[in-house]
Design a protein around this ligand. Sequence first.
Ligand code: HEC
Length: 145
Amino acid sequence: MSSYPFPALFLAIGIFNLLAPPHPAPDYTATPAATPETEAAKAVIGAKCIMCHSKNPALPFYAKIIGAEIFIQKHVQEGTGMMNLQELLAGTSTDKWAYDRLEHTITSQKMPIASYLTLHWNGKLTQPEQKTLLEWIEQRRTKSK
Ligand code: HEC
């Protein structure tokens, strides 16, 4: 007899995340996008990346559960420490290697991190989403030259 709650909880959260996908915080939604390419990249990053790569992310209700909170906060701090994607979109990032690093994580499919994908079953970037981000990176590079 199994009374261990983990598999049921795991399934419940996985299904919840499919039905109510992560949504970005209002200050991310309000970040202006100057070009159609930026607008498209903003939508992809908002759906799949920003929850761990901005200082003020919108967290799911289960982030309040003790244990989950520590786990999620750690990823957000680490992810945002590595790259603040909200600043990058807004054009206020001072990291001159940011686009190269971002391009590398996309082409090598390093993001999102594996533990996130165990609970967000459609969290991976699709081919068209990868293309959208790579085109935006290319546009930003040409503009800053
Ligand atoms: C669940 C949290 C989470 C999500 C979602 C997430 N990341 Fe990350 N990201 C991290 C963490 C933690 C790190 C630092 C550790 C690592 O590199 O594995 C990181 C690191 C990075 C880095 C720095 C890599 C380097 O070595 O320079 C980039 C760029 C990045 N993420 C882009 C993205 C993109 C693009 C997405 C969306 C497709 C995304 N991340 C989604 C947590 C996340």
